[in-house]
Design a protein around this ligand. Structure first.
Ligand SMILES: NC(=O)c1ccc[n+]([C@@H]2O[C@H](COP(=O)([O-])OP(=O)(O)OC[C@H]3O[C@@H](n4cnc5c(N)ncnc54)[C@H](O)[C@@H]3O)[C@@H](O)[C@H]2O)c1
Length: 349
């Protein structure tokens, strides 16, 4: 069985991980109907959430364990960490267990940029970013692989998070970075073509009023922080007036920004657009919102990628079963001596 730590993953360059993630995600989105899919299972606490995210095709079964604890940074811990398991469908035997913290950031950035290539203006060059926490640099890196980004306007209510973001972007050339004093300032003048919102608060936040962007129908919004019941970040009026694209409606209608607007919802699923069954950006007269909550198929694609890249090393977790019916015999107990008892030779009579 393969064991893949965060350290193993970080031996591959971030750019290569994101590039490979595009290929695996696009490939798996295009074979959507081959998957067994279900909404994730969530266990909620007032301060956080635990989620189990399964997905399977006819070769691999995967699941991701992920948390969401917005107050963790106060304890010097990340808001989100994750682990994953990939198993062989034929036998049910696990083939790989891995860190999914980094791969979650990679796949979320990659799917955001894939959505943007279909739903944003092709010549988009100004990116807005609200929330400069753990996910933010991954988001920027993926968008920069797909678009010629010339300017990034960003805001976080924590100045230290913005300092960290600036430090991590220090080597980036040809991009003007504009630190804003409010979320409103990021969007108000209509300069940005694309906006990613990725704050982390377990409540309904309105980062800016619809009024501020209603005359900017060219805008593509990647709303990725609103991903739980009771955890959203956009003005419901903005959501109600946008074209909505989701990953998997069965999950998003409870978890995404659309939980705040009345049903029935009008929406497209991203796989339909990536597969060419539905149009991407048309001559839109309204904002397009990718109501991005994170779906198990994206994690499947990342685990398949890591497994097929042969990252990590072999470890032994399962019992050493020689006789499949003798599990008892694989455990040493006081009653099961480890050595054959010494035979005493009876003296010949
Ligand atoms: N859609 C997906 O697939 C997906 C995947 C990963 C993470 N997420 C979500 O993305 C969000 C960001 O994740 P992260 O790992 O970067 O979290 P993080 O805690 O590292 O960063 C969140 C940032 O948001 C800032 N913030 C919180 N409230 C704010 C507000 N009202 N205005 C401005 N800034 C505010 C915080 O100061 C922090 O810097 C989380 O909500 C997480 O659940 C979604």
């Amino acid at each position: 069985m393969r064991f893949l730590s965060a350290e193993d993953i970080s031996k591959t360059s971030k750019e290569d991980l994101i590039k490979n993630a595009f290929d695996y995600l696009e490939n798996d989105l295009k074979r959507w109907n081959e998957f067994k899919k279900s909404p994730r299972h969530a266990t909620h606490y007032p301060h956080g959430v635990f989620e189990l995210m399964p997905c399977a095709d006819d070769r691999y079964y995967t699941y991701k364990y992920v948390n969401g604890h917005p107050n963790n940074p106060e304890l010097d811990k990340a808001s989100i960490v994750a682990t994953g398991m990939l198993a062989d469908v034929k036998t049910g035997y696990p083939l790989m267990t891995c860190d999914m913290t980094i791969l979650t950031a990679v796949r979320t950035a990659a799917i955001s940029a894939i959505a943007a290539t279909h739903l944003a203006k092709p010549d988009s060059s100004v990116l807005g970013l609200i929330g400069t926490g753990a996910q933010s640099e991954f988001q920027v890196a993926a968008m920069r692989q797909k678009f010629d980004i010339k300017k990034i306007k960003y805001y976080d209510r924590d100045p230290k998070a913005m300092d960290k973001f600036e430090k991590n972007q220090a080597g980036v050339e040809g991009v003007e970075f504009v630190r804003c004093k409010t979320a409103e300032e990021v969007v108000a003048d209509g300069e940005i073509d694309m906006l990613t919102t990725c704050i982390c608060e377990k409540k309904h936040v309105v980062l800016f009023p619809y009024e501020l962007v209603k005359n900017h129908p060219h805008l593509f919004i990647n709303g990725m922080g609103g991903d739980c019941p009771g955890k959203t970040e956009l003005d419901p009026e903005l959501v109600a007036n946008s074209r909505i694209v989701v990953e998997f409606y069965e999950q998003t209608h409870e978890e995404g920004e659309i939980q705040n607007i009345p049903q029935p919802h009008e929406y497209d699923e991203l796989w339909e657009i990536v597969s060419g069954l539905k149009p991407g950006r048309r001559d839109e007269d309204r904002i397009i919102l990718f109501d991005n909550v994170g779906f198990g198929l994206s994690d499947f694609a990342m685990m398949r990628m890591a497994y097929e890249m042969e990252l990590g090393q072999e470890i032994k977790i399962l019992p050493d079963i020689k006789d499949p019916k003798d599990l008892w015999g694989t455990i040493q107990t006081e009653e099961t001596p480890t050595e054959e008892p010494k035979k005493t030779m009876e003296p010949a009579q």
